[in-house]
Design a protein around this ligand. Structure first.
Ligand SMILES: Cc1cc2nc3c(=O)[nH]c(=O)nc-3n(C[C@H](O)[C@H](O)[C@H](O)COP(=O)(O)O)c2cc1C
Length: 205
């Protein structure tokens, strides 16, 4: 079936993309406001965008009640954020932080998660996340009314020692991280357990 996005309601475009571009990794993003209120929210429009310099991108849609999401407002104000990755045992806490709390509410406190300080930026790491990336915004692209793509440079990674295979070469025991990802609508998630391997071919001379 052909879908012309120019003639479809925005919600249908969202549904079509979110139901097909799957699975999507989840960035559980911590930020801080100018007045020092901590914020946390999950974003699955997220991925690595390059490594020289190391970059990530996150897509933030408009808040349901209108306006830029608190995460976006904080990043626009001070450029600092931490991406924490989400294993299955953190999914309930992560879910608490996606509720539409007002800007003055500390969602980390609501979710009951412990935090620890980052090295380069003011937003904290989520202590129980096995992987956290400290990031500074390189650019924020306004892609629509109150809709943003944040492109950030990764300044440092914190990876739980238990999952390090070879620190020198940056090898990690990825399957053991047990990270979850976002699937289609209605609160569906995927585990990263059904794996297969395919080696890259050599180009014929
Ligand atoms: C697993 C998951 C993934 C999400 N991904 C996104 C996303 O990619 N972009 C977005 O704008 N909202 C996304 N949301 C919704 C935001 O987390 C939600 O709007 C949140 O309240 C934003 O918080 P903030 O205003 O504190 O930034 C997602 C929610 C969940 C549960």
């Amino acid at each position: 079936m052909y879908f012309d996005f120019g003639s479809l309601p925005a919600q249908t475009c969202y549904n079509l993309m979110a139901a097909t571009v799957t699975p999507r990794p989840i960035a559980w993003v911590t930020t801080i406001s100018e007045s020092g209120v901590l914020n946390a929210a999950p974003f699955s429009f997220f991925n690595v965008m390059g490594h020289q310099p190391p970059t990530v991108a996150i897509g933030l849609m408009r808040q349901a009640r209108g306006g830029i999401k608190d995460t976006g407002a904080n990043i626009l104000q001070n450029g600092e954020f931490v991406v924490n990755l989400v294993p299955e045992d953190l999914v309930q806490a992560m879910n608490v932080t996606c509720a539409d709390y007002p800007a003055e509410v500390d969602e980390l406190e609501k979710a009951g998660v412990q935090i620890k300080p980052a090295t380069h930026v003011r937003p904290p790491l989520i202590e129980s996340s096995p992987v956290s990336f400290e990031c500074r915004s390189l650019s924020t692209v306004v892609t629509g009314p109150e809709q943003l793509v944040v492109i950030g440079q990764v300044l440092a990674a914190h990876i739980d020692e238990r999952y390090i295979l070879d620190a020198g070469r940056g090898f990690v025991k990825t399957p053991e991280l047990g990270l979850i990802s976002r699937m289609h609508g209605g609160g569906w998630y995927a585990r990263s357990t059904d794996l297969f391997q395919l080696n890259r071919p050599e180009a014929p001379m």
